[in-house]
Design a protein around this ligand. Structure first.
Ligand code: BMA
Length: 313
């Protein structure tokens, strides 16, 4: 039914988290950042409240498949100061990058002024400290590499513009707060599964051959947009150089909870966990309503980027 060899093997007990698993009232559970911390999988997932605005919850697991949601939300819109002004309409699609002594958290802050990116950090998934708003509007989908390159932090992001197709850019920072030297590095490809837009997905992780980045791509159909996942490989020393982008998607909506829900035909990732056995657990929101997981061989994903590439631009 998927039409291509399934690169990501879906966990048979998907979905792994639904609104019913959350001990406070929510309409959805999706687009979660995830990381392994002190032997546990920590998942920071997005939920729509019943007023249509989003907050971030925390779920924990020992095996990456069975998650328990904590009784209280992890991050809700700030009530004071500059963050309150820009988070008024909600916080969305959080990514987690282990960086030095902290986990760096990047998320979309929504307000009457548009969508922009906020950066926060946590050490223990109990206390969270907001650091800075790191973009203007209109920006979403910021992922930070889990390492510095020549003393600078590096991020991928996706500005909105009507002038060029929605594409992936790279930027650099000495301190995680001030960003610059921005360049466009990857664009949607015309008449291709990701022709409408591409955007960063999970924070990239290191492989022997390069940094592997699982991104999302969108195709417009007569029945609306379809969100799928793809994969790109970035140079180990210079992440602005893309070594290869798989021509094929690696996941498309297929299961009933991916085909219908809050937004139909969506698989959308904000997190993946590489494991020591050479596999990666990829986490995605199904139809913006539930959380799912699947497993892929890292070597297979790398091979797709190297052996079956499409041009990055
Ligand atoms: C994007 C973002 C995601 C969402 C996706 C599909 O623009 O809003 O949070 O999962 O659309 O609705």
């Amino acid at each position: 039914m998927t039409g291509i060899k399934s690169i990501i093997k879906r966990y048979p007990q998907n979905p792994i988290l639904t609104p019913d698993d959350v001990p406070y009232p929510v309409a959805t559970v999706h687009n979660a950042g995830i990381v392994k911390h002190a032997g546990s999988y920590m998942m920071l997932f997005r939920s729509h409240l019943h007023n249509g605005r989003s907050i971030i919850g925390l779920a924990k697991s020992d095996n990456g498949f069975d998650f328990k949601v904590m009784p209280k939300p992890f991050l809700v819109p700030a009530e004071h100061g500059i963050f309150a002004e820009y988070e008024e309409f909600g916080v969305e699609d959080l990514r987690i990058s282990p960086l030095e002594d902290y986990y760096t958290l990047t998320y979309s802050a929504y307000s009457r002024h548009g969508a922009r990116i906020a950066l926060a950090r946590t050490r223990d998934f109990e206390r969270v400290e907001r650091i800075a708003l790191i973009s203007q509007a209109d920006m979403r989908n910021v992922v930070v590499f889990p390492k510095k390159f020549q003393d600078r932090y590096v991020r991928l992001d996706r500005p909105h513009t009507e002038i060029t197709p929605w594409s992936i850019w790279i930027s650099y920072s000495p301190d995680l707060v001030h960003w610059g030297d921005s360049r466009l590095i990857m664009k949607p490809l015309q008449y291709h599964w990701d022709e409408l837009k591409v955007g960063p997905g999970a924070p990239p992780f290191r492989t022997d051959r390069g940094w592997l980045h699982i991104y999302h791509g969108v195709f417009q159909t007569m029945a609306g947009a379809v969100y799928r996942l793809g994969v790109a490989l970035h140079d180990l020393k210079d992440p602005s150089t893309i070594i290869g982008v798989s021509d094929q998607w690696i996941l498309q909506p297929h299961d009933p909870w991916e085909l219908t829900g809050y937004v139909p035909n969506v698989v959308f990732t904000c997190g993946a966990v590489p494991e020591e056995d050479g596999t990666v657990k990829v986490y995605w929101g199904g139809a913006d309503t539930v959380m799912c997981v699947g497993t892929a061989s890292i070597a297979d994903l790398v091979e797709l980027c190297l052996n079956d590439p499409r041009p990055p631009m």
